[in-house]
Design a protein around this ligand. Structure first.
Ligand SMILES: [Zn+2]
Length: 90
């Protein structure tokens, strides 16, 4: 096979957002995202926490590269699995 273009390894992503509560202007990168809201209708929505007032901020991830999204989903599902109470089957 002849490679015409190497895959682009995009691992960095950030976006600028303004806190809806305290109006702090923040640059959020994928490592800051620690909340995911799963809704069957809209798919996955991502949240970051404002460092000042701890408000959960909705992030538009439409500009997020797929590779970053995948890595983020993997990290979040690992965290979810680790935080799950294994003594409670429900
Ligand atoms: Zn805030």
């Amino acid at each position: 096979m002849k490679i015409l273009k190497n895959p682009t390894a995009i691992t960095e992503w950030s976006c600028e957002t303004t806190c809806t509560e305290c109006e702090a202007v923040l640059e959020v990168d994928s490592s800051d995202i620690s909340y995911v809201f799963r809704s069957q209708k809209d798919g996955d929505d991502y949240y970051a926490k404002c460092p000042f007032c701890h408000t959960q901020l909705y992030l538009s991830t439409s500009s997020m590269p797929r590779a970053v999204k995948r890595a983020l989903d993997k990290r979040l599902s690992n965290e979810e699995a680790n935080s799950r109470d294994v003594s409670n089957p429900f």
